[in-house]
Design a protein around this ligand. Structure first.
Ligand SMILES: [Zn+2]
Length: 217
């Protein structure tokens, strides 16, 4: 990752940036080290019209369908005094509580976009598990394209081009996931009744290793 304050490259997670002294701890002392509830879209600066928001949400739905282990959130607003967009993005990525079924993965697979409509700056903060997929050239191109939209005050376009590009990069690294259900009692959450005795009359229900599972009622 890069230091959110001075952009010095940090190849291993360090307690503090060796160049400028920035640390997650100091940032936490400034903004707080509590969890904050972070919606997919926080438009504190009222930049988005209703149809802009809808356009972004449609694409976010797509994103979450394709990458259920990841999340994308955007914050549009003024920055706390003395902070830049990357620092706020870093903090939100670490302290944001997202509505995701896989809570333990929320930081590592997160993407937080911070937009300051006043200074026309933006940052895209990436979780540890995915930041390695974004080489500096790709990330700079993404920020450049989104920055052009931002300077033209096309906020929804800045968000959607970022989402599109992030999806392209993640798609390039996605592998088919081996089938390993994380919840063992899925069947009981599906509103279907097991067939009494099954539909394959010739197969005794007591057959060892039968895939139909638990029939005791
Ligand atoms: Zn630094």
């Amino acid at each position: 990752m890069k230091c959110p304050h001075c952009e010095c490259p940090l190849n291993t997670p360090l307690p503090a940036c060796p160049q400028c002294g920035f640390s997650a701890e100091a940032l936490g002392a400034y903004l707080g080290d509590h969890w904050v509830r972070l919606e997919r879209i926080t438009d504190a600066a009222h930049c988005l019209r209703l149809d802009d928001t809808r356009q972004c949400e449609v694409m976010m739905d797509d994103f979450e369908r394709v990458f259920p282990q990841a999340f994308f959130a955007v914050y549009l607003g003024m920055l706390p005094t003395g902070l830049n967009v990357a620092e706020l993005g870093f903090w939100l990525l670490n302290q944001g509580a997202f509505n995701t079924p896989l809570i333990q993965k929320r930081n590592d697979f997160g993407v937080v976009m911070v937009v300051d409509p006043v200074s026309k700056n933006l940052a895209v903060s990436l979780g540890y598990a995915i930041e390695g997929y974004f080489d500096p050239k790709t990330l700079n191109a993404l920020l450049h394209t989104a920055g052009e939209k931002l300077r033209a005050q096309e906020y929804a376009a800045a968000i959607t081009v970022t989402l599109q590009r992030v999806m392209q990069v993640l798609r390039g690294h996605a592998r088919p996931k081996p089938w390993s259900p994380e919840v063992s009692h899925q069947a009981s959450t599906i509103a279907v009744e097991p067939l009494r005795g099954g539909h394959r009359v010739s197969t005794p229900s007591t057959e060892p290793g039968h895939m139909a599972g638990n029939r005791s009622r």
